[in-house]
Ligand binder design. Sequence first.
Ligand SMILES: Nc1ncnc2c1ncn2[C@@H]1O[C@H](COP(=O)(O)OP(=O)(O)O)[C@@H](O)[C@H]1O
Ligand code: SF4
Ligand SMILES: [Mg+2]
Length: 390
Amino acid sequence: MAPLTQNGQAPTGRRGPTAPPPILEASGLVKHFGGKRMLLKRSPLVRAVNGISMSVKEGETLAVVGESGCGKSTLGRLLIRLLEPSAGDVIYRGRNLGNLTPDELRRLRGELQIIFQDPFASLNPRMSVSDIVSEPIWLKGGSSRGERRDKVVEILRTVGLRPDMASRYPHEFSGGQRQRIGVARALASDPRLILGDEPVSALDVSIQAQIVNLLEELKERLKLTLIIVAHDLAVIRHMSDRVAVMYLGEVVELATTDTLYDAPLHPYTQALFAAIPQASAVARHSIKPLDGDVPSPTNPPSGCKFHTRCPHAKPLCNEARPQLEAVEGGRRVACHFWREIAAAGSDPRPIARPSARLEKRLALYTACQAGRAELLSHRSSTPTAKDQTC
Ligand SMILES: Nc1ncnc2c1ncn2[C@@H]1O[C@H](COP(=O)(O)OP(=O)(O)O)[C@@H](O)[C@H]1O
Ligand code: SF4
Ligand SMILES: [Mg+2]
């Protein structure tokens, strides 16, 4: 299989003459925290992201998954330049974000937005909804006070909030409504790409469905590209087109959602899904859930970082870091022995159907989605009570 080129793409020609260019391309991204001398000691060096090369396609929803501390949030923030990389480049619509002047970056900032996990902590309690949503419009410049007021009203309607809520403060809203305010703030600067960092994990399950469906609807309507950092496999399966699986600062597998859920190739992906058996309708009986904790990113294992927990590890795994190889169908996997592992485990057998809880949630998302589509087709500009529940 052909390895990736320097910029994380398949070799020239594989993409085909008609495929659109990616909206964002990362190459060799590295982010280390700490390692600085403080008085007599040096603070530990945290290797949060280690040489990631990948691209994000325009209009897709790309999910980033992995255990806590694997570097998902750091990668997301590097991709939208909320964090400066220790090394590597991010090319956004043909422009290297590292080469922009602070002024150019400020002007571009509106196109690359973020929705945070905790809607309460991320909203300034002293600012009214109107101020929160109009601030990014003001920062963008070129609009009068009246134009900003009109735009705030339009955006609040878009996210399912009433215009008269604009004068209220964050503490006057429920968790789901606060996350809608967070979405409204992200939309205010007319973004093209939004990073959702665990955008629903702080919410009740029934509210999660509302926000998941709101994001999907906005993505379609506003032609957005989404990067969703999440650990909830139901949310990921429902929302994403492709999934990047991270382990200790590296992407170990990248594939379309269906392919990944049906036949994960990397032992870490297999174990991650086996830990939650209902995530996939098919699993291999030999796969065991993950044992132990993720090693510390201050002292990561040599070679393949997963070798200390991998049931298939061999001496080579300890010595050499596997490259993220391009496999058929556009998927990529970083494992020296994925072919052997796939061949040995080629007897997938059905396991328990998705759990009742997971099925209920997927059904809820789908029902909400269908309900919204119907509502939108003959919708007035003001959201209805039914709108608010889905
Ligand atoms: N600002 C920071 N300073 C020091 N270490 C950090 C900082 N941000 C993240 N880290 C460390 O980097 C690693 C990856 O963190 P993070 O990207 O938040 O992981 P995830 O989102 O997958 O849980 C963790 O060990 C975390 O403690
Ligand atoms: S390279 Fe070796 S240790 Fe790493 S996932 Fe593959 S078999 Fe396991
Ligand atoms: Mg995180």
